[in-house]
Design a protein around this ligand. Structure first.
Ligand code: SF4
Length: 64
């Protein structure tokens, strides 16, 4: 499973960080990004990333 954050949609609520702090972080400008090395989500974190995706108010998280 792969995950990306659409910077054109992200508004920096950090709900993604709440649900999957291992995978998402807030950058210096206040927007979310996927941590280096987590673009391919480890199996044990996939459920957390799915919750983050489902709870992003801006639909900025894409998983495939
Ligand atoms: S919850 Fe969505 S909009 Fe908010 S910081 Fe995370 S990716 Fe961005």
């Amino acid at each position: 499973m792969k995950v990306t954050v659409d910077n054109n949609r992200c508004q920096g609520h950090a709900r993604c960080v709440y649900f999957a702090p291992e995978v998402f972080e807030i950058d210096d400008e206040g927007y979310s990004r996927v941590k280096a090395g987590y673009e391919t989500v480890p199996v044990e974190l996939q459920e957390s990333v799915k919750k983050a995706c489902a709870n992003c108010p801006e639909l900025a998280i894409k998983i495939s």
